[in-house]
Design a protein around this ligand. Structure first.
Ligand SMILES: Cc1cc2nc3c(=O)[nH]c(=O)nc-3n(C[C@H](O)[C@H](O)[C@H](O)COP(=O)(O)OP(=O)(O)OC[C@H]3O[C@@H](n4cnc5c(N)ncnc54)[C@H](O)[C@@H]3O)c2cc1C
Length: 386
């Protein structure tokens, strides 16, 4: 497996749980912990539970059960996740870096998995019965070759594996730009998320572990520094953040990217290597985890039976491409709703939100929709060791 981002680490756990021998190479040898993605959705939590990982994640994260939606004058309504089916009637807020730390630490428990940081995949050769991967040991420069039944590229949006295989992508950038930062939580909102849609911009605010809070704003006039974020938060919500207390900062212009195929021969793409969507809505990493769940089940079946994996891989491509399209369209729709400014659009948006949030039946369907429970899933992996 190539790439120990969140998706590669999690897939290694799933394969390890099934007793599948796995080599995980990661070109970075440092353990930097970017905050990035923060929401673990219930379908992902179910998969983590299957891999025996739910308890440490629940201990480290914050359970978000409510999202309150405001316009410039008042709260418009709320989305209540507490009625979602057990055992996870919430979205777990846990920054990507902290999640990866837990996944790395616990990987040593999976005895069939070898984690090799500081190693970069630099090429692959497909053969009839196996695939050979060339790996450079970055500290020494030494190059070695490893044979495997399958190679999985969890190597991110610029996937090297995708380049080695010459798999084309379709890609587009969206116009809106966003700025985000993590700060100590000085609000009295506790574990609730708050979303603001106003004529001068939109703000999203989510609780984080350690009494902290993530703030995301539509970048005013493209300005993406901390001062721009602080200004928008103060203007729209009234809360005053302090620049020197910012724990993490990022700005981004969302993109949508999709590989033409998710596999070629014995090489398979997973997570951002296969697809990228707008981070608005918090679905990108979760879609990668669902890819990993599907792949783990598929590989276990193929390796156990020794059967040709091609039909299973065609199913993976079809199912995960469909799930991506649904999630990416929802992300684009949420972004469109938040990105438009001006009085008239804002008044119509407030009307629409109130209708949806206050009246059945949509208000009952929204929590499952936002928690990704309505996105079709692949098979849940049977993770008993083979
Ligand atoms: C600002 C921002 C906020 C986001 N917020 C959310 C959110 O709230 N919720 C959500 O679900 N998603 C969110 N996302 C998306 C999420 O961060 C990504 O979907 C996720 O990081 C993808 O994980 P991955 O493991 O597929 O790829 P990556 O995280 O990119 O990991 C790829 C890994 O592969 C390694 N690698 C690359 N090439 C090689 C090679 N040749 N050899 C060895 N190793 C290699 C890299 O070093 C890296 O460690 C956000 C993204 C951004 C940018």
């Amino acid at each position: 497996m190539i790439g120990a981002g969140p998706v590669g680490l999690f897939l290694s756990h799933l394969l390890g749980q099934a007793g599948i021998r796995t080599l995980l190479v990661e070109k970075r040898s440092t353990r930097d912990a970017p905050s990035m993605a923060i929401g673990l959705m219930p379908p992902s939590l179910r998969l983590f539970a299957q891999a025996g990982l739910a308890d440490p994640l629940l201990t480290a994260g914050v359970e978000v059960q409510t999202a309150v939606v405001h316009d410039q004058r008042r709260p418009l309504g709320r989305v209540d996740f507490s009625g979602l089916p057990p055992p996870f009637p919430f979205i777990l807020s846990l920054p990507q870096g902290a999640l990866m730390e837990i996944l790395r630490e616990r990987l040593s428990e999976k005895t069939s998995v070898r984690f090799a940081p500081g190693r970069q995949a630099i090429g692959v050769i497909q053969e009839q019965d196996c695939i050979r991967v060339q790996i450079r040991d970055l500290p020494t420069g030494r190059i070695s070759e490893h044979g495997a039944r399958y190679v999985i590229g969890c190597d991110g949006h610029n996937s090297d594996l995708r380049h080695f295989l010459n798999i084309p992508i379709s890609s587009k950038s969206y116009a809106p730009q966003f700025v985000m930062g993590d700060f100590p939580d000085t609000t009295d909102w506790e574990n609730a998320a708050h979303l603001f849609f106003t004529p001068t911009g939109s703000i999203e605010s989510f609780p984080l572990p350690g009494k902290a809070r993530r703030w995301v704003a539509l970048a005013p006039h493209g300005a993406q520094d901390t001062d721009a974020l602080l200004h928008q938060v103060k203007t729209i919500t009234g809360w005053q953040l302090s620049a020197h207390e910012e724990k993490w900062h990022s700005s981004f212009r969302p993109r949508r990217q999709l590989a033409d195929t998710f596999y070629q021969g014995r090489a398979i793409l997973c997570g951002d290597a296969a697809h990228v969507m707008s981070p608005i809505g918090g679905q990108g990493m979760n879609t990668g985890f669902a890819d990993a769940g599907h792949l783990a089940a598929l590989l276990r079946q193929a390796l156990r039976s020794g059967a040709d994996a091609a039909p299973l891989l065609a199913g993976y491509d079809h199912d995960r491409r469909r799930a991506f399209r649904i999630a990416a369209n929802r992300a684009a729709c949420g972004m469109w709703l938040g990105a438009h400014q001006g009085g008239l659009f804002s008044a119509m948006r407030s009307l629409l939100i109130r209708r949806v949030l206050l009246r059945p039946p949509l208000v009952y369907r929204l929590p499952a929709h936002f928690a990704m429970l309505t996105i079709p899933r692949g098979p849940i992996p049977d993770l008993e060791a083979s």
